[in-house]
Design a protein around this ligand. Structure first.
Ligand code: MOS
Length: 716
């Protein structure tokens, strides 16, 4: 079973940027050496709520090599922070760094120290001392579940939803009601968030920054600095992981731009690992309660799903964890509510599978609990309530092969070896348990534009302003272009991460394969058509491009192609699906959980790049094991401060925690969503994984852990 390099899933081309990455030749945002570069370090608030009375910057300013100390007392005004004339101060907004004297969370930046070297900036930062008037803070979500408020609509999702009869679940022959809690989890990509800012003229600047969308960063910075977007150049050629943390402009980026203006030199600002826990978002601590009712033979009668998540005091972040209960199963009566609570913490942000990862932990745990109550196999229970059309919109699916995914995964993991009786199987003194969970995430196609140029030497150059945060976007796009043009992959270059390229969406929400992949395919199709026009009728499908250019005395041939979704989005409901199977071993005396086997199956349309798709699924499974077993941002609520903001205390899984993970693919093209048949995979590779682990732990031990992470203390 545990064969390395599974032959079916590891074939296909390797990463186009793999050699650059493993040899250190790939340049990440913090690695650019600019003339006159100086270093910025942020100083954070030591209180959690209150007002700054004074900041003593004198010692810092006298320290060697220090060029400036910027605080709200002396900063140039960020024009976009100030309300328009006659308008009141906004009640909520993204954090306005150095704007005023108010402190709303611990670690909030209060000063930026700029010095000739990083070490000198860091030392001078330690000399900055502030005095505060302190107010009482609140940071513990579970003390304030009744203080939630309903967030506004987002992406067409309303927090309140009902179909059928609200209380139906409660009157069903078999019912359960349980609470599930996930702690705050932090993205913690390997690459630290970093930004280099350089002013190129009075009203023009360039940033090299970690971002999932160079165009979004350009537009957000343009709004902050009230400049035309084209005056701002955003570069993000390589991104060392992000998972959602780089989907918006954060205050350290604005601070770097302000700093560069003040010292008239390029400023590099790299967040510390500790800052990464407070300054670039996280998956919000969320409480959920699920009620499910079913008939004795396992037909769902009703589901009710309530969720309360935390947000900051300055922004209303919402992610809709209850959505999944509306559409994962065919169920006539569904009622969901979602509220958020303002706390003195930094703002959360999207984190891989936002909403669904949290909601699925609750729903798929509850479905598993129901299966034991009914004494029906968990897969059989899911098949009995399989949705053939979307239960929320009643539209047909563009494609859904989730049942095949269940079968593939069950065969692979050896599901038939599972005992339906918890705690019944042991091996070498360890309890053995099997768990399963489904996963789902919306499959979208965003507008994207690609410029495709065939050069005289036969090199095809593709350009679009997308980021590649790690899934292997460049590799997949090269594969599509090579196949469409009928040329070897070595003859294709994919340029990305530059805001001057044609428009592309942010790399978020699992949309890039579908969106940019379609644009690449269509641009290549257009380019071929242009060659056909040159040749005249009857030309070969894949002509000798070099020869044709030469014959027509052209040094290149170029197209710019726009691509976007059409009316199919009104007629069909589109999702990617996944299934996760897990076998765990639990030590009965110590409560240690070892994940023994994992098989994940993705139903995400056609698989374009098998090797990178496999990596994507394995990465999601690893992240899900962290979510299930180890990850938790821990606050000391007396001080409102995070106490484990480092990798020594915040545990992400390491190699020794991870068994061989099998990534399997249904690999059937979606005939509707786009011309290439591919759907996203970034989110579904995580969504459901934590529930699968929790369900396996129950099967092993008979202990149902509803509060993540499942640490040994909860099992003994
Ligand atoms: Mo994501 S949360 O789609 O980076």
């Amino acid at each position: 079973m545990n064969k390395l390099n599974h032959p079916k899933s590891s074939t296909g081309p390797s990463r186009v940027d793999g050699r650059l990455k493993v040899t250190g030749a790939a340049k990440y945002s913090a690695e650019y050496e600019l003339a006159g570069l100086v270093y910025g370090v942020l100083v954070g608030s030591t209180i959690t709520k209150g007002v700054i009375k004074s900041i003593d910057t004198q010692k810092a300013l006298r320290a060697p090599g220090v060029l400036a100390v910027i605080t709200h007392f002396n900063t140039p005004v960020v024009p976009g922070y100030v309300p328009e004339k006659g308008k009141p101060e906004p009640e909520k907004s993204p954090l306005r760094v150095f704007y005023d004297d108010k402190i709303v969370f611990n670690g909030q930046p209060i000063a930026l120290v700029i010095a000739e070297t990083f070490e000198r900036a860091q030392f001078a930062g330690s000399l900055v001392k502030a005095e505060y008037t302190e107010d009482k803070h609140i940071t513990r979500l579970t003390d304030h579940l009744d203080n939630g408020f309903t967030p506004g609509e987002m992406f067409g999702m309303t927090p309140e939803y009902s179909r059928g009869t609200v209380a139906a679940w409660n009157t069903a022959p078999v019912k359960l009601e349980q609470e599930y809690i996930i702690p705050s989890e932090v993205h913690n990509p390997m690459e630290l968030h970093a930004c280099i800012a350089r002013w190129d003229a009075e009203n023009k600047f360039t940033v090299w920054t970690k971002t999932q969308g160079v165009k979004e960063t350009q537009n957000e910075l343009a709004a902050f600095f009230k400049l035309p977007p084209e005056n701002i150049q955003v570069n993000s050629k390589f991104v060392g992981g992000a998972f959602g943390s780089a989907l918006q402009v954060w205050s350290h980026e604005v601070a770097a731009v302000i700093g560069a203006k003040v010292v008239k030199r390029p400023v590099k600002l790299v967040l510390s690992r500790q800052d990464m826990f407070t300054s670039v978002g996280y998956r919000p601590h969320t409480w959920q309660k699920i009620g499910i009712g079913a008939t004795a033979d396992g037909k769902l009668v009703g589901i009710t799903h309530n969720a309360v998540g935390q947000t900051s005091a300055y922004e209303d972040f919402a992610e809709f964890p209850t959505g999944v209960s509306r559409y994962l199963y065919a169920c006539p009566n569904v009622d969901t509510h979602y509220k958020i609570v303002s706390l003195n913490v930094g703002s959360p942000i999207w984190m891989r599978g936002p909403g669904e990862a949290t909601g699925t932990f609750a729903l798929e745990s509850a479905i598993d609990e129901l299966s034991y109550q009914l004494n029906i196999d968990p897969i059989e229970l899911r098949m009995k309530n399989y949705a053939e059309t979307d239960p929320q919109s009643n539209k047909p699916y563009s494609s859904k092969f989730l049942n095949e995914a269940y079968k593939m995964g069950a065969d692979h993991i050896g599901w038939s070896d599972r005992s339906p009786k918890p705690g019944a199987v042991t091996k070498d003194g360890w309890l053995v348990g099997y768990g399963v969970s489904g996963g789902v995430f919306g499959a979208d196609r965003e507008p994207a534009t690609v410029k495709a140029t065939m050069m005289a030497d036969g090199m095809l150059v593709l350009q679009t302003a997308v980021s590649d945060i790690g899934p292997g976007t460049g590799t997949a796009m090269v594969a599509i272009a090579a196949e469409t043009m009928g040329i070897p992959a070595e003859k294709v270059r994919f340029d990305l991460g530059d805001s001057s390229y044609p428009n592309a969406p942010q790399q978020g929400g699992s949309t890039i394969a579908s969106s940019v992949g379609s644009a690449v395919y269509m641009a290549c199709t257009d380019l071929k058509e242009k060659f056909q026009q040159l040749i005249g009728n009857g030309g070969k499908d894949h002509p000798d491009y070099v020869k044709v250019l030469k014959e027509h005395k052209l040094d290149k041939l170029e197209v710019v192609t726009d691509s976007k979704a059409g009316s199919e989005v009104d007629k069909y409901q589109m999702y990617s699906w996944s299934v996760h199977f897990v076998v765990v071993h639990v030590h009965p005396a110590t409560g240690v959980v070892k994940v023994d086997k994992v098989a994940c199956v993705a139903d995400s349309g056609r698989i374009i790049s098998p090797k990178t798709a496999r990596s994507q699924v394995i990465g999601g499974a690893v992240m899900g094991i962290g979510m299930a077993l180890t990850e938790e941002a821990v606050y000391d609520h007396r001080y409102g401060r995070l106490v484990n903001s480092n990798f020594g205390d915040y545990h992400v899984p390491v190699n020794a925690d991870i068994p061989q993970i099998e990534a399997l693919f249904v690999n059937k093209p979606d005939p509707i969503i786009n011309p290439i048949g591919a759907k996203g995979m970034g989110e579904i590779s995580l969504i459901g994984m934590a529930a699968a682990v929790a369900n396996a732990v129950y099967n092993a031990t008979g202990k149902r852990i509803r509060t993540l992470p499942i640490t040994p203390d909860k099992l003994v």
